[in-house]
Design a protein around this ligand. Structure first.
Ligand code: SAM
Ligand code: SF4
Length: 333
């Protein structure tokens, strides 16, 4: 069967599926402090609908799935979805992005249901600051979540750190130090102007060259490392002799659009061919018709722009399409 290809010859074998727009945190770069309107439960895709969509796409070359949100672990019985997706022929890699808070009670059952690995978001190792960034979270709970994921054999474990000038850039060394004696992959991610793109973003955006500078200041020599499973756009490096690695993900300062292989499915059933733009297609009414599902994904890909224009947003220039009004918590990152 024909693969999921766009007009630029990019083959799409990876889909990020948001299973909920709700969350038990309110990170400053992702959601407003209050007043967030959540989608009613009956507007959210059921697990059966998600599995039908994935079943329709697997014969067209979909191989990798990442569950995200909002916070995916606040959706009840996520293990049931994991089991359904892990059993679909062709799906080789099933991963999850989470804030880690609920992992201690769920890591083992998720692993048993067929989850391969997790990415855990943690933007500070210092409690006061973590609480400020997440508006109330406890970093000790995330650290317990990381331990639970390790104990359950969810591997490799990647930690996502959104780097923000004047907020957590003085912790780069502490995060890289975590990789010295622990087989973790710490991924520094540039702050993206999505949905809540505001002056805060202009003030706190920091290009990731700063990470390599901080390593040099610490006297660490670093070398390129092989990308771990599902490495995607991360440029991985290792401090000489370290057990773990760290990666740089530069969505803003260095586009990785040339090699984009990603599709996104929002919790309310909309296909997004690109994270940044507002173009969306509602696949929910077609979920039980595989031909129609594939046709709509192909239509979404036919209109996929070559690249996002986040860096132009930084310079306040006009953009070629309309940027999405959705928050990151509604798209899934
Ligand atoms: N709640 C889960 C979590 O925090 O890992 C999954 C959803 S969250 C939207 C997915 C990822 O997007 C997280 O790693 C988060 O840090 C990242 N993210 C959210 N808003 C962002 C932004 N404006 N720029 C860069 N990354 C962002
Ligand atoms: Fe919730 Fe994740 Fe967004 Fe933080 S980044 S508010 S944990 S969805």
């Amino acid at each position: 069967m024909e693969l999921l290809t766009d007009p630029f010859g990019r083959v799409h074998d990876y889909m990020r599926i948001s299973v909920t727009d709700r969350c038990n945190l309110r990170c400053i770069y992702c959601m407003p402090a209050e007043g967030m309107q959540f989608q009613p439960h009956d507007e959210i895709l059921s697990y059966e609908e998600i599995a039908s969509i994935v079943k329709a796409l697997a014969p067209a070359g979909l191989r990798k799935i990442r569950l995200t949100g909002g916070e995916p672990l606040v959706r009840r019985d996520l293990e049931r979805l994991v089991e359904m997706l892990a059993g679909i022929p062709g799906i080789e890699d099933l991963s999850l992005t989470t804030n880690g808070l609920l992992l201690p009670g769920k890591a083992a059952s998720l692993k048993a249901a067929g989850l391969s690995r997790v990415n855990i978001s943690i933007d500070s190792l210092r409690q006061e600051r973590f609480a400020m960034i997440t508006r109330g979270g406890e970093v000790a709970k995330v650290l317990k979540g990381i331990e639970a994921a390790q104990a359950a054999g969810l591997s490799p474990i990647k930690l996502n750190v959104v780097l923000m000038k004047g907020i957590n850039d003085d912790e780069i060394k502490d995060f890289v130090a975590l990789t010295l004696n622990n087989p973790l992959n710490v991924r520094f991610i540039e702050y993206m102007p999505i949905g809540s793109a505001t002056d805060t973003w202009r003030q706190t955006y920091l290009p990731l060259e700063r990470v390599l500078e901080a390593c040099r200041e610490a006297g660490w020599e670093t070398e390129p490392a092989h990308s771990s499973a599902g490495g995607g756009p991360s440029q991985d490096r290792r401090v000489a002799g370290a057990q773990g690695t760290f990666g740089l993900i530069h969505p803003v300062s260095e586009h990785f659009c040339d090699n984009c292989n990603r599709l996104r499915l929002t919790a309310d059933g909309h296909i997004k061919a690109c994270l940044y733009w507002s173009d969306e297609y509602n696949v929910r009414p077609l979920a039980d018709d595989p031909e129609a599902v594939r046709a709509l994904f192909r239509k979404a890909l036919a209109g996929k722009p070559h690249n996002h224009e986040m860096a132009l947003a930084l310079e306040k220039k006009a953009q070629s399409h309309t940027p999405t009004a959705r928050r990151m918590s509604q798209i899934g990152g």
